[in-house]
Structures are given as structure tokens and as C-alpha cells.
Write a protein that binds this ligand. Sequence first.
Ligand code: HEC
Length: 114
Amino acid sequence: MKKFYVLLFLMAPLVLQFCSSSKNAAKIKDSKITYTANVQSLMVANCSPCHFPPKGNKKAYDTYAAVKGDIDAILNRVNRNPEDKGFMPFRHPKLSDSTINVLVQWKNKGFVEN
Ligand code: HEC
């Protein structure tokens, strides 16, 4: 048991180091979020076919303007719990925190298109 604690103590800096470097990596990525590079593919992957005409007949999210214009509704829906009414993506698993964060950062940084 004592050995376990010694090991834990030795590992702590490694674990901390790992956490802080992955945070930095996320920051670098955040600063480069654009519609063309990040948001468009995310929307296609998670919101089609329903929101992509002509196949989907729900509100279209197939353009920069459409996604930007509805960002608050989109964030509201993807942040709901899967068992709640209005949760999106409809009948699919909840988006990961990092995927939702791409949308949040894109909005916070002023909706860069390209
Ligand atoms: C399997 C089909 C399907 C998928 C996939 C899907 N949706 Fe929906 N979406 C619907 C349906 C059905 C409605 C209408 C019912 C409602 O408003 O809850 C809707 C409505 C919405 C609305 C309200 C639009 C309005 O009319 O004002 C938003 C916002 C929304 N979806 C966002 C998303 C986002 C973002 C994704 C992807 C992450 C997504 N949806 C994926 C089926 C889908």
C-alpha cells in the first residue's frame, strides 16, 4: 500500500503536466475556428440529413448565414439533455463537450467564415 502512494506521488506531476498541455492544445485550436474548416463539417456530420435540404425538411443549416443566424437556438438545443424535449441532434447521442465547444468558440470569436 505504501508503494502505491509513493507511485501516486511520483506520477502527480506527470498527470498535471499532461492536463495543462492538452489545455494549451485546445487553446491553439480554438483560435483558428472557422466556418469552412470546422463548423460546416460538424453540422454535416451531426445535423444531416434533417437540416440539409433537399433531403431534410427541418430548418436548413446548410449555409454560413443560416448557422450563424440561428447559433443561439442551436447551442440551446445541443446543450439540452437527450431525454429533454427539443434535444438535438434528434434521436442521436449528445454531442461531446469538445464538439459543442467548437460552436461556442466560433460564436465568441465573431463567426469567422474562412
Ligand atoms: C434525425 C433528424 C434530426 C437531426 C439529425 C437533427 N435535428 Fe434538429 N430538428 C429535427 C426536428 C424533427 C425538429 C423540429 C422539432 C423541434 O423543434 O424540436 C428540429 C428542430 C431543430 C431546431 C429548431 C429550429 C426551428 O425551427 O427554430 C434547432 C435549432 C435544431 N433542430 C438544431 C439541430 C442541430 C444543431 C442538429 C445537429 C447537431 C440537429 N438539429 C440535428 C430533427 C433533427
